[in-house]
Design a protein around this ligand. Structure first.
Ligand code: UP5
Ligand code: MG
Length: 200
């Protein structure tokens, strides 16, 4: 597909900061197509015949970042599928890419080989708040990584590996940062104000 047909917004933030929740609001009000890298990986993990299932499960449980070849292929295939289904006519397709890139080299690779991002939306949230949300969700989510040990590992990976991605985009003036501790509605009001200020 042609990068002229699409607008890409990266949606970053720590584990449990509310990316998935706010994505649903953005889809509803702004017509974004939501692509969660984590959801795509979890679907690939259980896909019949996938050669990556066991590897993905191991990485997710350990809170480690899956090698980018896998994630970037899943994302670019999902984008191509969407554009084949709904070919852009006049207006660009808007993709909200949730939870990716989480490592500097993945950001560089994606922007070079798939599509540069227009904007980076970042949910800023303290670990205590995120931990509480994730443990609560873990009571029913069935996710392999919603337990105390995995959460600790995910936080560590986020600080050591993923925050440098946010910092790098920040230096380039691309980040809209939102405080994610309030209610879902409060956070969404800030998200709206932030992206509208950027003309999206
Ligand atoms: N909640 C949300 N907002 C709230 C609010 N304002 N007030 C009160 N409660 C709120 O929210 C989490 C929980 O909090 C929910 O119960 C929600 O109701 C509540 P959610 O919107 O799900 O937060 P989100 O930021 O999406 O949290 P998630 O757990 O999905 O974040 P992660 O970034 O950890 O998960 P992801 O699925 O992106 O990645 C999982 C793993 O996949 C990674 O650890 C990694 O191993 C792997 N991965 C890669 O390897 N590469 C990638 O590129 C992407 C993922
Ligand atoms: Mg999520």
């Amino acid at each position: 597909f042609s990068t002229n047909d699409v607008t890409v917004v990266f949606f970053l933030g720590g584990p449990g900061s509310g990316k998935g929740t706010q994505s649903a609001n953005l889809v509803r009000d702004y017509g974004f197509v939501h692509l969660s890298a984590g959801d795509l990986l979890r679907a690939e993990q259980v896909r019949e015949g996938s050669q990556y299932g066991a590897m993905i499960k191991e990485y997710i449980t350990e809170g480690k970042i899956v090698p980018m070849e896998v994630t970037v292929a899943l994302l670019s295939n999902a984008m191509a599928d969407e554009l084949a289904k709904n070919p852009p006519s006049g207006t660009k397709a808007r993709f909200l890419i949730d939870g990716f890139p989480r490592k500097l080299d993945q950001a560089v690779f994606f922007e070079k080989t798939v599509c540069p991002s227009e904007l980076v939306l970042f949910l800023d949230c303290p670990e205590e708040v995120m931990e509480k949300r994730l443990l609560k969700r873990g009571e029913t989510s069935g996710r392999d990584d919603d337990n105390e040990e995995s959460i600790r590992k995910r936080f560590r990976t986020f600080v050591e590996t993923s925050m440098p991605v946010v910092d790098d985009f920040e230096k380039k003036g691309k980040v809209v940062k939102v405080q994610a501790t309030g209610s879902v509605e409060d956070v969404f009001a800030q998200v709206k104000a932030g992206i509208e200020a950027r003309g999206l």
